[in-house]
Design a protein around this ligand. Structure first.
Ligand code: PMP
Length: 410
């Protein structure tokens, strides 16, 4: 087996070789600019983009005209949130009370930061706190709706804990009140069946590099009928993508995203079933063999491939060292550069100590069962070894309730 084992597919996934193969001609012989309307190089590029648009639309139940290519989910989120807020603002820039936006505390920073900026620009913001299961239910959103609510942005599935929010119900709720719904579906699309029409989604963000496509390309779905959603462009220039996103098309990336989407449409069912089995093996074995360990977030409402487990009585950095043969994450890859405990786990009410000693393990298309077995052994050995060095664990074994101890401060 080749070490280290890759178990960080939620951070990014390798390109599927079939995706790379589809992309290759577009670096060399088919390198045209889709904006070149008067020669065959341009036409070939335009045709390839149309094919990709259809492949993506069919993965999410959209019309191809509703797909806007971006540089990834970060840009798609920024365009959706800032673009909708500006378009549907109730008062002009410079005033307060411009409209109410609802999101959740444990969204990705690519949602939270645009929303924070809008707050500074005169919009009111509600951040819903999840319960300990991490799920945002439609009832939680319903409670926060106001007369002036213009946008609800709730991710479909969480990138750190893999929990699934009640998006179809949230869509229905907002549709009935003419409120725009955006969902950051970066971790969901391609893994689980998606139908924006049935589920009343107005705006949906996705990214190629989480679904075995290349990095630096993604898409935003923008509803065109019932209702026709409009956005204020955040990048201006050549007017590509119906004026929503100027800039020469990243043709290789777009072809890659299209191919990746097509493969997901074809293989999602078998792949999901296989990954659920592997993930459950990982979770059940670790939880049953290692005491004081817990899977974070709702046990059933979760993505097939992603788990997040905390191990009590081990120190976070020690744990990462002990499992260095497993490429995984101790929180979101986007925030793990800092030593802050994960804000997502904190939002679920998980204490700092336990948040630090948690691992996010995310399996993928290329994960083999023997790798999961290796990871189980490796994590068990590591945790057990760290616990032999923990005086607190000794006390726990002696039956002392550590939370009740009054530590002397000198
Ligand atoms: N949203 C979520 C839920 C994500 O997991 C990520 C990737 N970490 C992003 C947005 C950002 O995606 P991209 O890298 O395509 O900008």
């Amino acid at each position: 087996m080749k070490l280290p084992i890759y178990m960080d597919n939620a951070a990014t996934s390798p390109c599927d070789p079939r995706v790379v193969e589809a992309m290759l001609p577009y670096f060399t012989e088919k390198f045209g600019n889709a904006g070149s309307r008067n020669h065959s190089f341009g036409w070939a590029a335009e045709e390839a983009i149309d094919i990709a648009r259809n492949q993506i639309a069919s993965l999410i139940g959209a019309n191809s005209k509703e797909i806007i290519f971006t540089s990834g989910a970060t840009e798609a989120n920024n365009l959706a949130i800032k673009g909708a807020a500006e378009m549907y603002a109730k008062k002009p820039a410079g005033e307060t009370g411009r409209g109410h936006i609802i999101t959740a505390q444990h969204e990705h920073k690519a949602v939270l930061d645009p929303v924070h900026r809008l707050k500074k620009m005169g919009f009111d913001v509600t951040l819903i706190a999840p319960g300990e299961d991490g799920v945002i239910y439609a009832s939680m959103v319903e409670k926060e709706l106001r007369e002036d609510t213009i946008l609800v942005s709730i991710m479909w599935a969480n990138n750190e804990i893999g929990t699934i929010n009640e998006i179809p119900k949230i869509g229905k709720l907002c549709k009935a009140r003419n409120i725009i719904v955006h969902t950051d579906a970066t971790q969901w699309v391609g893994k689980m069946p998606t139908d924006v029409e049935r589920d009343n989604i107005d705006l949906l963000s996705m990214s190629a590099h989480k679904i075995y496509g290349p990095k630096g390309v993604g898409a935003l779905y923008v509803r065109r009928r019932r209702p026709r959603v409009r956005l204020v462009a955040q990048l201006e220039g050549g007017g590509q993508e119906r004026g929503y996103r100027s800039g020469t098309h990243n043709i290789t990336g777009i072809v890659g995203l299209g191919k990746a989407a097509e493969l997901c449409s074809q293989e999602m069912d078998q792949e999901g079933a296989r990954l659920v089995k592997l993930r459950k093996k990982l979770e059940d074995t670790l939880e049953s063999r290692l005491e004081v360990s817990q899977v974070n977030g709702h046990r059933d409402r979760r993505l097939p491939h992603l788990t997040n487990i905390s191990f009590g009585f081990v120190e976070g950095e020690g744990l990462m060292m002990a499992v260095k043969d497993i490429a995984c994450s101790s929180g979101s890859a986007c925030t793990s550069a800092s030593l802050e405990p994960s804000y997502v786990l904190k939002a679920l009410g998980i204490g700092d100590e336990l948040a630090h000693s948690s691992l996010r393990l995310s399996l993928g298309r290329f994960t083999k069962e023997e790798e999961v077995d290796y990871a189980i052994d490796n994590i068990m050995t590591g945790v057990e070894k760290l616990r032999t060095m923990s005086p607190l664990y000794d006390m726990h074994k002696e039956g002392i309730d550590i939370s009740q101890i009054e530590w002397a401060a000198h």
